[in-house]
Design a protein around this ligand. Structure first.
Ligand code: AMP
Length: 578
């Protein structure tokens, strides 16, 4: 297929705001494509070169594109910069410059989608000496064969800035329209469809979607839909090394509600407060997040743990990674390990500083075969077989199978006491459905209420926290006065980032200090913070007569003053509602 044809689609998509209109345009080009062009086309239609789960990025800086334009169009770098400032988009610059140049030359050959794709795919792997020159050569080769309009989109492809507005759902529908002959009639004028058999149509969409959720690759799904139709889609198997979308869990109100959704008996599990990881054990071990990003490099400690404690070959497992609190025992909240996910350097040092434990809770592929169609109870047996637990590195999710509300509630209490977020309740016969929130499992966690409280004092910290006011005493307003409701330190960060830090709070409080006794500080009640908590309890400890259970600082409410902060009445009202 000529690249010009794709560019035609890009142009048409740019002028089309309606989703069904886009679907139609895409389905038309998919129909025309040859089998071996589908993969490239499905990616390029979304402005991609690599699927979501492939962490490679083209990684070409704008300045390389500027150089390429200098060399292809025979103009100076300044001339390119001037145009760039004027037009604000390098693609438009390329188009304008090529238009001028084309008046004097004929372009050499027709660009094909295949050629463009193959040159673009070579870009990210180039590293080391001479890499810039080789990248430049690949881009120049394309530009010199491009028409001005093609050049505009080529540059967009290279710097990955095409905004085509083609969501996964649109591509899915286009695949159905192109290859599965749905009973619909499309009206080009109004960009609308008439559906003869709604259920049948939805079933086709569902089949394409679930094939995609399993392989995460529209190109592959399109190829199967074209060649093998629905029968082929139903046979799609996940592959080790290619992440699957994870199954999601809707929320249940409480244990009773959970039983009514997932059935009785059910498997209750701790809901760990970490981040989800999909572990692929194939030729090597690879780790993916719930957003399908690969994080193998960031977690060498997890790779080693899996190597030594997971038995069996060709597996895909589902787990939660949690930070462990080496000093106090127990676990750390998610925020403390979140920095490891994107870390690019000092990785071993981070692994040592923020050690983690992996808690496995499901198995999707065993011995190279999908076990997603088996019931959860059976999968748990398989999971137990492959995971050898080792404290401090590899565990199975804590589980309790019961049909008794009281036992389930006690288990839930135990999870909260252990510092976890709540529990999951899972249907024992439920299959594993990638990408969906089907209700084979639900989560139960306490609804966090919040209050805007004033800081009344705190304690000077020690050790790592010296120099900071920690353990903040907070209170609600009652008339013109303030009544303490508890101490809170959780939620404040030690390191600078987007969230509120101890250092920032200390700087706000320092000028307000009215007295200091030992490490205890009292401050003028001026600084308001939002505090979330799980429950309000009656308590003689504080003047208000109440205390907050598991309070955590959410953010500074510098938009609020003492007049519009929470009052004792607000607190009582929340208490009565519990
Ligand atoms: P939420 O993020 O609140 O929608 O809750 C679902 C998430 O809880 C999952 O995506 C997992 O990351 C996490 N999780 C923690 N423990 C478990 C468990 N035992 N089973 C399933 N998911 C769990």
């Amino acid at each position: 297929m000529d690249y010009a044809e794709l560019v035609g689609l890009y142009e048409a998509l740019g002028g089309m705001s309606k989703r069904l209109g886009k679907t139609f345009l895409i389905s038309r080009i998919l129909k025309k494509a040859k089998k071996d062009e589908l993969e490239q086309l499905c990616l390029l239609v979304q402005g991609r070169i690599f699927p979501v789960w492939d962490e490679r990025k083209i990684g070409v800086a704008s300045k390389i594109v500027v150089k390429a334009l200098v060399s292809t169009c025979g103009v100076s770098a300044q001339a390119v910069e001037v145009e760039w400032r004027k037009r604000g988009d390098l693609g438009l610059v390329a188009e304008a410059l090529l238009k001028r140049r084309r008046q004097n030359t004929l372009f050499s050959e027709t660009l094909s989608v295949k050629k463009v794709f193959s040159n673009l795919q070579k870009l990210p792997d180039m590293e080391g000496k001479g890499a810039v020159d080789r990248k430049l050569a690949l881009i120049c080769e394309l530009l010199s064969s491009a028409s001005p309009l093609e050049a505009r989109y080529l540059v967009g492809n290279v710097v990955e800035t095409l905004r085509l507005g083609v969501a996964d759902g649109t591509l899915r529908d286009a695949i159905v329209w192109a290859f599965l002959e749905p009973a619909i009639v499309y009206d080009e004028d109004s960009c609308s469809i008439e559906v003869e058999d709604r259920d049948g149509y939805n079933a086709l969409l569902g089949k394409v979607q679930s094939a995609f959720d399993t392989v995460n690759d529209w190109g592959e799904v399109a190829r199967i839909a074209k060649e093998e139709k629905v029968a082929g889609l139903l046979k799609v198997q996940p592959r080790i090394g290619k992440p699957l979308k994870v199954m999601l869990y809707p929320k249940a109100k409480d244990v009773e509600d959970a039983f009514s959704i997932v059935g009785r008996p059910a498997a209750f599990e701790f809901k760990y407060d970490g981040f989800r990881i999909q572990v692929h054990v194939g030729k090597g071990i690879r780790l993916f997040t719930r957003r399908l990003e690969e994080v193998t490099v960031q977690f060498p400690d997890v790779v080693r743990a899996v190597e030594s404690s997971v038995n069996g070959k060709n597996l895909v497992l589902d787990a939660e990674v949690i930070g462990i609190d080496v000093k106090k025992g127990g676990f750390l909240p998610f925020q403390s390990i979140s920095q490891r996910i994107r870390r690019k350097y000092d990785i071993e040092m981070m692994a040592e500083k923020f050690p983690v434990e992996v808690h496995f809770f499901d198995i999707l592929i065993e011995n190279g075969k999908s076990v997603m169609e088996k019931g959860f109870k059976e999968r748990r047996v398989l999971l137990k077989r492959v995971v050898s637990e080792k404290k401090g590195s590899i565990r199975l999710a804590e589980q309790c199978v019961t049909d008794d509300v009281k036992i389930a509630e006690e288990f839930y209490e135990r999870a909260l006491k252990a510092g976890q977020e709540g529990v999951m309740a899972k249907n024992l016969e439920g299959i594993y459905k990638p990408g969906s929130r089907v209700g084979y499992g639900v989560k139960i966690k306490p609804v966090m209420e919040t209050l805007d409280v004033v800081i009344l004092g705190g304690e000077w910290g020690e050790g790592k926290r010296s120099g900071w006011i920690t353990s903040l005493l907070v209170g609600v307003r009652e008339g013109d006065g303030f009544l303490a409701i508890g101490k809170v330190g959780t939620g404040l960060k030690e390191l600078e980032g987007e969230e509120l830090t101890f250092a920032e709070v200390t700087e706000l409080l320092r000028p307000l200090v009215v007295s200091e006794e030992g490490k205890v500080v009292k401050v003028e009640p001026k600084v308001i913070i939002e505090v979330a908590f799980e429950e309000i309890q009656k308590s003689p400890t504080y003047e208000s007569g109440f205390a907050l259970r598991f309070p955590r600082v959410r953010r500074l409410r510098d938009d609020r003053g003492v007049k519009d902060m929470s009052t004792l009445d607000d607190l009582k009202r929340l208490f009565d509602q519990q």
